[in-house]
Design a protein around this ligand. Structure first.
Ligand SMILES: C[S@@+](CC[C@H](N)C(=O)[O-])C[C@H]1O[C@@H](n2cnc3c(N)ncnc32)[C@H](O)[C@@H]1O
Length: 267
């Protein structure tokens, strides 16, 4: 997740009443493609999670909401006849045009999560990965996901997890309860109202918000469990990924890792 120095900057808007456009990733100084340099473990951990959640399933219409430049769309093609990258940043879509040049069958649409434009119940696989940290209150987005998801469909919602083990231990040491509300993780310099939101969520709260939108969690994985700059320097990646494969399910019940993947269905 981009941190203080390398965050995309929100273009300034003076119209506070206008619906907020999620166009932060149009910052020409920020190329999200490069964020992934050196994060091969995290990328592979997410691919493992998607494989575990979708194994043996096949879909008609998949949409990757907030899919950026299409990093995970290629993997979705293995599970669906039709894949659409739905992304609110034109810059990300322009990068996607090059990144997905060998996948012309993947549609690219300028869309944001609270207004997906698809017909009711027309999507049977929807993914929203690494977007929740920009959504302090995801209720409108969950309502829209619930609207477009078909009754037999599945959604994978990734949650930037505040309740991960390190934070849990910190809170225990300070005898503090974990916050229920999302926690702003921006640096002080970026904590202005007009800057891009960066939050971590309490997964228990997210489950309640999903339920409110008519969505229920069917399966949970704890992902990127070994994310640590130091560990990545000393441990061979294949060993890290072997451990990751084994740990994603057992560690889900304690929300161990920094990223939680929920497999979600309509109630
Ligand atoms: C950290 S990137 C993740 C991109 C991609 N999902 C991935 O994992 O590689 C966050 C993406 O969320 C998009 N985004 C931000 N707010 C959004 C919203 N309200 N609806 C849909 N996408 C949004 C951004 O434009 C950006 O492409």
């Amino acid at each position: 997740m981009p941190k203080a120095k390398a965050v995309p900057q929100t273009p300034k808007s003076t119209d506070k009443s206008a619906k907020r456009r999620a166009d932060q990733y149009n910052d020409p100084k920020y190329n999200y493609l490069h964020y992934w340099d050196g994060r091969e473990y995290e990328h592979a951990a997410e691919e493992i999670a998607i494989r575990k959640l979708l194994h043996g399933r096949h879909f008609n219409n998949a949409v990757d909401v907030g899919g950026g430049y299409g990093r995970l769309c290629v993997q979705l093609e293995k599970y669906a006849d039709k894949v659409t990258l739905a992304e609110p940043s034109q810059q990300q879509l322009d990068i996607a045009a090059k990144f997905l040049k060998d996948h012309p069958e993947i549609d690219r649409s300028l869309l944001q999560a609270d207004d997906l434009k698809f017909a009711d119940a027309s999507i049977d696989l929807l993914t929203m990965i690494r977007v929740m940290h920009h959504l302090p209150d995801p209720s409108p987005e969950f309502a829209e996901i619930s609207r477009v998801l078909s009754p037999e469909g599945y959604a994978i919602i990734e949650v930037a997890n505040y309740a991960h083990m390190r934070n849990r231990l910190r809170h225990i040491a300070k005898r503090q309860r974990l916050p229920v509300k999302p926690v702003d993780i921006r640096s002080e310099a970026n904590k202005r109202d007009d800057e891009i939101a960066f939050v971590n969520h309490n997964p228990a709260t997210v489950i309640r918000q999903l339920e409110h939108a008519g969505l229920r969690v069917e399966s949970t994985l704890s992902v990127s469990n070994l994310r640590s700059v130091r560990l990545k320097q000393i441990m061979p990646r294949e060993i890290m990924l072997g451990a990751e494969r084994l740990l994603q399910r057992p560690l889900a019940s304690v929300y161990f890792g920094p990223s939680i993947f929920f497999l979600v269905r309509k109630v």
